[in-house]
Design a protein around this ligand. Structure first.
Ligand code: FMN
Length: 376
């Protein structure tokens, strides 16, 4: 159990204005979030991401976020075998945009907190106060053992103890002249980090376990829920907020949504069926290996493979822009989610449609929240 501790000054509790944030999950690894040889072949390149980020800003979205990924799933599509560095890419995109929040991902088991503090302070300057940090503990052993960086003997829950020390060190470095601390995992000795961020960077985490949610409630501004249907999302969001309240804290909740547009709902369903016809079995096996399934389990059907066979790695909405408006409205009406991070089969083709036909109606129904005011 990680003990709660007061947030350092400058790290207020998130506001709760009832607004909803909409952003995109940057396709910075090849293949995006669809495991299919029939899906548009997203290359994960900087140029592709640059245009997607600029479109997101142009149509009026609130944030862009990039994951951090060090090993792909392989298969016919070599899914995620090529991925850009998250903070480096977001630094470029911060320069190329002027309004969207830019959230980069860093693994607590890989980066020294003083290095990360400086990285994100740099992102703050480049973006003029739009920087955010997605904190991930590192869940997938192969990603890190391949580089000799898997902390043997530090189990899942203990990695959140490490993460707690890590983020507290960073917050101290962002707010204090010099920091000395002797932790179990990190030692700082009269450690200095300047410049300070102009605005406290927005802190998000996607821990779904009990300790992950606890860590998020104690230390972060927002929690990414991993998905489910409307009822599951409503339950997960309410549960996370109630858990945070019990700890004397408050968090925003977000989830992911893949959107497939069609000229009719049937046409969108047909597109999804086409994706399913090209399902990448090899990439599924690679993903299962990354998630810790045993070799003896791979190739057998279970709840995980059943879900994966949709080819979509997240919950999805298939249909006309009008159908998408109604489905997203239903999510916002029936859950306490504060935002959605959107995924498209082809961002360049879909973002203009989303901007023209979906966003104006959603904005009217659910006004945008100003994340920048979150830290008050
Ligand atoms: C929106 C979202 C983004 C995530 N980004 C990353 C990432 O960039 N790198 C990573 O290793 N894990 C990522 N994860 C995995 C989470 O950090 C986390 O490990 C996982 O949801 C399991 O939760 P737990 O750590 O509490 O068990 C992400 C999960 C979600 C839902």
């Amino acid at each position: 159990m990680i003990q709660s501790q007061p947030r350092p000054s400058g790290f207020g509790l998130p506001s709760d204005t009832g607004g909803r944030d909409l952003g995109i999950f940057m396709p910075m690894a090849n293949g995006g979030w669809i495991l299919s040889s029939n899906a548009p072949a997203l290359d994960g390149s900087y140029d592709y991401n640059l245009k997607a980020a600029q479109l997101a800003e142009e149509i009026g979205l609130d944030f862009i976020m990039a994951m951090a990924k060090y090993r792909g799933y392989g298969g016919e599509t070599k899914h995620w075998n090529a991925s850009l560095d998250s903070p480096m890419m977001m630094a470029g995109l911060a320069q190329a945009t002027s309004r969207v929040k830019v959230w980069a991902t860093v693994h607590t088991i890989l980066q020294n907190p003083a290095v990360t503090a400086k990285m994100i302070a740099t992102l703050d300057q480049i973006s003029h106060g739009r920087a955010g940090l997605n904190v991930v503990t590192g869940s997938y052993r192969g990603e890190f053992s391949q580089m000799g960086a898997w902390p043997e003997g530090v189990d899942h829950d203990e990695r959140y103890v490490l993460a707690t020390e890590w983020i507290r060190a960073i917050k101290a470095l962002w707010t204090q002249d010099a920091v000395s601390m002797e932790g179990k995992y990190f030692t700082l000795e009269d450690c200095m980090s300047n410049p300070k961020p102009s605005t406290p960077p927005f802190l998000v985490c996607a821990g779904t376990s009990k300790v992950g949610i606890e860590f998020t409630a104690n230390e972060m501004d927002a929690l990414f829920l991993s998905g489910g249907d409307v009822e599951e999302l409503a339950k997960a969001s309410a549960g996370a907020k109630a858990g945070a309240a019990a700890l004397g804290s408050k968090i925003r909740t977000y989830s992911m949504m893949t959107i497939v547009f069609g000229e009719s709902d049937e046409a969108a369903e047909e597109t999804a069926a086409h994706f399913r016809a090209g399902f990448d079995e090899g990439a599924l096996h690679g993903m299962m290996r990354a998630y810790g399934f045993l070799d003896s389990e791979i190739g057998k059907e279970n709840a995980f493979t059943k879900k994966a066979r949709s080819t979509f790695m997240t919950p999805h909405v298939l249909g006309t822009p009008e159908t998408v408006v109604e489905r997203l409205s239903e999510i916002f009406e029936k859950t306490s989610l504060d935002g959605l991070m959107l995924i498209f089969p082809d961002y360049h083709a879909s973002l203009p449609i989303f901007g023209e036909k979906v966003l104006p109606v959603l904005r009217e129904r659910f006004p945008a929240d100003a994340v920048a005011t979150t830290h008050g």
